[in-house]
Design a protein around this ligand. Structure first.
Ligand SMILES: Cc1cc2nc3c(=O)[nH]c(=O)nc-3n(C[C@H](O)[C@H](O)[C@H](O)COP(=O)(O)OP(=O)(O)OC[C@H]3O[C@@H](n4cnc5c(N)ncnc54)[C@H](O)[C@@H]3O)c2cc1C
Length: 391
């Protein structure tokens, strides 16, 4: 019987996000020796970010292939996928909670939500003990023989035959593969979280009803989501120059300066929003958004590749985690298929479809950025949610 091209190779995955951990699980299930090197200092660190909806054709497909569907069904948050489109006073324009017909597992359009931290825990728990090595921020990769030496910020080094960069938007691994850099997408996201939200932001907490809220007003986009730990995550997306936050001179980590900025920028908006803005804790993140060139391409190498945001960062449209997990699935299939003669051809096949898909999504994401910040974005969103053309 033909063997697979990575038999007896030591595989290092850099980054323990959804993409990297999914790949680790899928490879380990096929008997491959794999280690995940993650920057976060330990597994208990608080994972920031909104809830994630997984899609049948991508994220859920990977979960299924990883043999984790039962665990996922026990962990996802029923009802968290329902959203409300609201105006700047918090009046509801469209309410998914009112719509008839519950979707469920098995429906092609069912998009169950899971908190980012729960997804990470689920994936880490599915791995053999010590697969994830925490506190390993990669700072350098140098070729050694046919493999690589990984050097971490804490001075520790490691060796691997095959490197997979799953290290997100500012990927260190990507820069070893290609000089192509993402371009500024024209928007900057401010992201915050309010803990114990039923007490600290009660009006917004009620309005959320355990789901999501979308507001598109004055070319701003505000996205709010309830999380399973009782907190509320929100982000504000604004059209701004790339260096706007730095150039503004505002210290967004300072609650007083931050609140003053929100008061000015959101003047005329209802009090419900200021519950979020004034109650947000630390860290408060300022994230300029980047997108890969639509025609990005590189020659496949034999011992290094990338997936997820490291490969094809784009502004958020609700696809990023799903694409990272689908990349992981397809890469695991290529690396463990007996039909490839060497790792280079396995990686080339994976990268061809991954780059094409990433390019399509980058174009969709840039189109989405444009309409989401347009004057009639709320109506466009309602049309999207109801499947109506608006004509
Ligand atoms: C505001 C916002 C909202 C979003 N909302 C959604 C959404 O609703 N749905 C959705 O599907 N996507 C969403 N996305 C996109 C999504 O977060 C990403 O596409 C997704 O997390 C990519 O997964 P990944 O595994 O490739 O990378 P990441 O999730 O970024 O994981 C990378 C991992 O690598 C680690 N790491 C980074 N550098 C190093 C290093 N040098 N050494 C070692 N480890 C390192 C990081 O700590 C992290 O654990 C959103 C993005 C943003 C900014």
């Amino acid at each position: 019987m033909k063997s697979i091209v990575i038999t007896n190779k030591q595989v290092a995955i850099v980054g323990g996000g959804p993409g990297g951990l999914t790949l680790a699980r899928l490879l380990q299930a096929k008997g491959i020796a794999v280690t995940v090197y993650e920057r976060d200092v330990n597994s208990a660190i608080r994972v920031q970010g909104a809830t994630l909806d997984l899609h049948v054709e991508s994220g859920l497909k990977a979960i299924e292939a990883a043999g984790l569907m039962k665990r996922f069904e026990e962990t996802y948050r029923p009802g968290a996928d329902k959203g409300r489109v609201v105006d700047q006073q918090g009046n509801i324009i469209y309410d998914e909670h009112d719509q008839a017909g519950e979707k469920a597992f098995g429906d092609a359009l069912f998009r169950p939500e899971i908190d980012r931290a729960d997804l990470r825990s689920l994936l880490v728990a599915s791995l053999q003990a010590d697969t994830v090595v925490w506190d390993r921020q990669l700072v350098d990769l140098s070729p050694v023989g046919d493999g690589w030496q990984l050097s971490f910020k804490n001075g520790i080094t490691a060796f691997a035959d095959l490197i997979i960069g799953a290290d997100g938007a500012n990927s260190k691994v990507r820069s070893v593969i290609t000089p192509i850099t993402p371009f500024y997408a024209g928007t900057t996201i401010l992201q915050g979280n309010v803990e114990n939200a039923s007490v600290r932001a009660p009006t917004m907490y009620e309005l959320l009803k355990g789901g999501k809220i979308y507001a598109h007003v004055e070319e701003k986009y505000v996205h709010v989501s309830a999380k399973g730990d009782g907190s509320i995550d929100f982000y504000v997306s604004l059209i701004r120059p790339e260096n706007w936050a730095k150039a503004s001179g505002i210290d967004f980590s300072d609650p007083t300066q931050r609140s003053a900025w929100f008061e000015d920028e959101f003047s005329g908006w209802g009090q419900v929003w200021f519950e979020l803005f004034d109650q947000t804790g630390v860290p408060f993140l300022v994230r300029p958004q980047y997108c890969v060139p639509f025609d990005q391409h590189w020659e496949a190498q034999s011992s290094i590749t990338v997936l997820g945001d490291a490969a094809h960062i784009a502004p958020p449209t609700g696809e990023g985690v799903n694409l990272a997990m689908l990349d992981a699935l397809e890469l695991s299939e290529c690396l463990t298929s007996p039909s490839f003669l060497n790792t280079q051809s396995a990686i080339a096949t994976y990268e061809k479809q991954m780059l094409a898909r990433g390019s399509d999504e980058a174009q969709v994401a840039m189109d989405t950025v444009a309409w989401m910040h347009s004057q009639n974005a709320s109506m466009q969103l309602v049309q999207l949610l109801t499947g109506s053309s608006g004509e």
